[in-house]
Write a protein that binds this ligand. Sequence first.
Ligand code: GUN
Ligand code: ZN
Length: 466
Amino acid sequence: MQRVLRMGIAVNQPEQSLSALKPFMPASDVSLAIRAAFLDLIGDPFYEKEQECVRYIPDGLLIVENGVIQEFGSYEALQSRYGSLPITAYPGKLVLPGLIDTHIHYPQMEMIAAYGEQLLEWLNKYTFPTEAKFKDITYARHMAAQFLDELLKNGTTTALVFAAVFPESVDAFFEEASRRNLRMIAGKVMMDRNAPNYLRDTAEQSYLDTKALIQKWHKRGRLLYAITPRFAVTSSESQLELAGKLRQEFPDVYLHTHLSENVNEVALVAKLFPHRQGYLDVYDQAGLVGERSVFAHGVQLTDAEFQRLSAAKAAIACCPTSNLFLGSGLFKFHCAKSRQHPVKLGLGTDVGGGSSFSLLRTIHEAYLVAQLQGRPLSPFQSLFLATLGGAEALCLTDKLGNFTVGKEADFIVVDPQATPLLRLRNPHVPAASIEHLADQLFAVMTLGDDRVIQATYVAGSLAYQG
Ligand code: GUN
Ligand code: ZN
């Protein structure tokens, strides 16, 4: 089966093996009623007044049917209509939309926290040898399961994920995500040069493999596919052009790659592509820049490149823990979120370059990065980036990002008093006002991690309990 896929043919047979999979966590087909304090964003607090973007219901009720939000409002207003349903109550807890990680590598889980190198050396020394292990589908399945456990434990319900260069690594990931009914986006790494032999594909083979994987997985249940050239350094011009051809052939799939992360990387790209205007132009000339294109990092982008991303409606996945850990630099939030040239922006953990699976830790480091530039993010701006902003970056606002009726019921239960220190810092729950809530939320983001995630629900089903 795997050999057939590598030849890029017979894309229909593998579906049999998938339909034979037993669902691990089936979508809920029964009604669910959750009573708690709810917080979500209904607008972008970088551009609109916070009181118009923030929706806070201190005593709310969320009704879910068939994995979809059926009703949402205050308990008082809804109780007469839904009083007969059994209600799951979370007194003193805060329910948020599921967190969205717009850039992460599942094969790098086991090499998180690798010491001492910056990007290019780090790739050679730690990353490539680790990713080689994902040729073995049994190993890949084992790691995919642990990876998804870790996401759910951290309150992440959707992620845009790099697999490895081997098509089997994508199968393993999607099989496991499908069992859990998760909305996940992933793709096979395309990489035909400047990498060890054992990890290189060819332009033509990567095209055929990617095409077969799109046909097999894209829009299967909640799964979506991303064409995934690793970065300009490891792709020939012809591989990038074939990635562009795939985008034309499958206009509703994603394009996911790295862009302008590290100074030495940018210099190497200029050397490899002397006939291009800059790093982004390498991708642009191959037809890779547009809606549903997500570029990780963008630390070294020029103003002109930010403007081009804005005009193209492309997105950036900002990865602060990674940018600090690998010494790449400080992302310019104010350039991405400029009023004249707004760029869609989400947060990425970038594990294993990033140092945590937690989007709360990522938010904390985003705050530090912005604070170092004299422009601290507000708590609601940070929450926006990890929820509705992430959904915007992934063109999924019709399905994810907040509690609007009709969206998919992925949400998390957060305990603002999860540790002794947090209990001291947040003595009174639920917060009595938006100002009080901003203060509590900021403390949760600054001090919290997976310990504050009490439960994670996926399409209305409990998928993790702390
Ligand atoms: N650029 C190319 N590959 C990678 C990767 O695996 N991690 C990060 N952080 N940057 C990259
Ligand atoms: Zn990355």
